[in-house]
Ligand binder design. Structure first.
Ligand SMILES: [Zn+2]
Ligand SMILES: [Zn+2]
Length: 416
């Protein structure tokens, strides 16, 4: 075990806890004496994949459990380390294999293309056209699709949404300046969303979600993988992140973490006027008490607890969906919600993340009208030449960032 100590701020400890895993422990201390918080990030041995972090474990008191003396030297004891690694074992599990190595994701365009073709509206297909255009201008997604690597290595039997998207995106860039019909996607619409009907206006976000799920299935190609491995596909490496839900017992201070993968984040907008406030609201801690009291497995009591949600593993592509459609009321929230070109996600993350964590806007999907099943969808995208365009079915028009930021967005696409 190697311990690196310092006199203030963050202290790093590197240790090899088990033959199959190597871990990086970060020990941060608050104040000057009595409390040490041990956090750890885990990286697997080369070739077995990546797990970025595990739950935080708290060790307290001078002289025991990772003692601190005057904020200067931290010597974690076996007991403290054991508590960290028991959290490690119950918290985040390692994938058995990595289906798509994250280092193969290119977040910037690897080639410059003229802006692609417009998409013909084939009877209320603006929801589909606008979602497809946003995906088409997602650089890591387009880079991979245009390399044709997927079809060359595809193992999916029968219908494959990755092959379908590859054919569509390739055609979009081949037919720059033209209008094409999204026939490949329309032909498989009932396979990816069997409740959708040709000729009927559908929800663009729902279509997007169904498309991502179908592509995820293609990446898995009928094989059986453990859940952690399923989250290492190309689709998860581009769009996927992880949320941490933490419940802290206010009686015994025990902490319980659960982790959940996401491909997009849905934000409530009823009471906010900008996206950062919506994200603040998303991570605002909630008290569980009274009728919602929490059953603590540590002190075995019904207790008051604090529940907090944070983004634990950041995504490469961050898709934020503004909840404009109130299913119960059946009404759309038609209000301006401001969004920045550059968004710092750091304030909404679990504590072990880089700072700042800046994302850049590259596509905005807009809806005009009263409900998700009526009105009109179109979008704004940033092409590989850095120019913004408005994509409104077959119309492709140059625009600028000021116009893009002035819209009533429905879905926002950011990239690291
Ligand atoms: Zn395929
Ligand atoms: Zn408790």
């Amino acid at each position: 075990m190697v311990i690196a100590a310092s006199t203030g701020g963050t202290i790093s400890i590197t240790t090899i806890p088990a033959p199959t895993e190597s871990a990086l422990l970060t020990v941060a201390h608050t104040g000057t004496g009595s409390r040490v918080i041990i956090e750890s990030g885990l990286s697997t041995t080369p070739g077995t994949g990546t797990v970025t972090s595990i739950p935080t474990t708290t060790a307290t008191g001078p002289g025991r459990n990772g003692a601190v003396s005057g904020g200067a030297t931290i010597i974690p004891t076996t007991e403290a380390l054991r508590s960290v690694f028991s959290g490690l074992q119950s918290g985040v599990r390692l994938p058995q294999t990595v289906l798509f190595p994250p280092e193969r994701i290119h977040l910037n365009w690897t080639q410059q293309f003229k802006v692609g073709a417009g998409l013909e509206n084939v009877g209320n297909t603006c929801y589909l056209n606008s979602a497809l255009q946003c995906l088409t201008y997602t650089p890591p997604f387009a880079n991979y699709m245009l390399s044709q690597e997927h079809s060359a290595t595809c193992k999916k039997l029968g219908f494959c949404m990755m092959c379908t998207m590859q054919a569509h995106i390739s055609k979009v860039f081949k037919r720059s300046g033209d209008t094409i019909s999204p026939v490949e996607v329309l032909a498989v619409l009932n396979l990816i969303a069997n409740h959708f009907h040709h000729g009927r206006q559908e929800d663009a976000h729902e279509f997007l979600q169904c498309t991502l799920e179908a592509m995820q299935e293609s990446c898995l190609a009928e094989s059986k993988f453990d859940r952690e491995t399923q989250e290492t596909t190309f689709i998860h490496q581009v769009f996927g992140g992880q949320l941490r839900s933490r419940i802290k017992c206010l009686n015994c201070q025990a902490v319980s973490d659960t982790f959940e993968t996401f491909l997009n984040i849905l934000l409530e907008i009823k009471t906010v006027s900008d996206v950062s406030t919506a994200l603040e609201q998303f991570v605002r801690p909630e008290i569980l008490g009274g009728p919602d009291a929490y059953s603590c497995s540590s002190c075995k009591k019904m207790v008051t607890a604090i529940k907090s949600l944070t983004i634990h593993r950041s995504t490469n592509v961050l898709t934020l969906v503004l909840k404009r459609f109130d299913i119960c009321a059946g009404e759309k929230i038609n209000k301006d919600v401001r969004y920045p070109e550059y968004l710092d996600l750091y304030p909404f993350m679990s504590e072990t993340q880089e700072k700042p964590l800046v994302y850049r806007l590259y596509a905005v999907l807009v809806h005009y009208g009263r409900s998700s099943h009526s009105g009109h969808y179109f979008c704004y995208i940033k092409a590989s030449d850095g120019q913004w365009y408005r994509m409104n079915d077959n119309s492709v028009i140059i625009t600028d960032i000021q116009s893009v930021l002035a819209k009533q967005a429905y879905v926002l696409f950011y990239i690291k």
